[in-house]
Design a protein around this ligand. Structure first.
Ligand SMILES: [Fe+2]
Length: 264
């Protein structure tokens, strides 16, 4: 970042929520036109419409080193470490959580399409009202005492993960005035080695907030953005119980699932 943009950022940071959605959308459109002209596909870590990325993005190139042996082994989780019940976010507390019950399943694959077996998949999310069970989330939407919003499971022999949860709601954030995040579920995955760790967000098809969201739009390549959107799958939907969504994750290779740089 240049000195000039750094001071501009500090200025913007003093009243970060002052920009309107129209102003943010115009910034998004200008960058999208520039990125399309340049054939850009990488996620922009320094993305001005996403205000806090200006100060939080890495300012130096990655320092490439050969990984040491220990970094080439993934963490090992025994069956006793991860209880199968942890994959059902609707049964963690007394009572049923409010909202749309949904099954979310998919495969974790490497760049060659091979299943990534017995690896940890962790998720965290807001409740159906868009509220996190977290001290920092104090916006006026109800906490659901029956819903923690966190779960984890191991992939099976064919790389499948499966969660039962509640569809999260969109929530406001302080990037600009009237800023709302599209509904999403945060994912953390461990691959075969530590260097394959992936932290990202999964979205829902057809969300009207996509075009307005600076975090989603920081990925300038539409094909890459599409890889973060789950598919409604009626074969996963269960009779009188839950709707079903499918989302596959690719850890490596040119079609890998986009990961977070410094996005929230
Ligand atoms: Fe979130």
């Amino acid at each position: 970042m240049t000195q000039t943009s750094a001071s501009a950022t500090a200025e913007a940071g003093s009243d970060a929520a002052a920009a309107t959605q129209d102003e943010i959308s115009a910034e998004i459109a200008a960058i999208a036109a520039e990125a399309a002209g340049a054939g850009e596909t990488a996620t922009r870590l320094d993305y001005p419409p996403y205000r806090s990325s200006l100060l939080r993005h890495p300012t130096k190139d990655l320092h490439h080193v050969d990984p040491e042996g220990v970094e080439l082994w993934s963490p090992v989780f025994g069956e006793q470490d991860v209880d199968p019940l942890e994959a059902d976010l609707t049964i963690q507390r007394e009572g049923d959580p409010i909202g749309e019950r949904m099954t979310l399943t998919g495969r974790v694959l490497d760049g060659e399409g091979r299943p990534v077996r017995h690896q940890l998949v962790e998720i965290w999310q807001a409740n159906s009202a868009g509220r996190y069970l977290h001290q920092r989330d104090q916006h006026p939407a109800p906490v659901d005492p029956a819903f923690t919003g966190v779960g984890r499971c191991l992939t099976d022999d064919d790389g499948w993960y499966r969660f039962v949860t509640i569809k999260p709601g969109p929530y406001p954030w302080k990037n600009h005035r009237n800023a709302w995040r599209p509904a999403h579920i945060h994912f953390s995955l461990f691959g075969r080695e530590f260097t394959q760790r992936l932290v990202t967000q999964m979205y829902f098809p057809g969300d009207p907030l996509f075009a307005l969201d600076p975090i989603y739009q920081a990925i300038t390549d539409q094909a890459a953005r599409d890889r973060l959107v789950a598919t409604y799958d009626h074969d996963v939907t269960t009779h009188e119980w839950a709707t079903g969504y499918r989302w596959d994750v690719v850890l490596t290779g040119s079609h890998r699932t986009p990961r977070e740089g410094d996005v929230e």
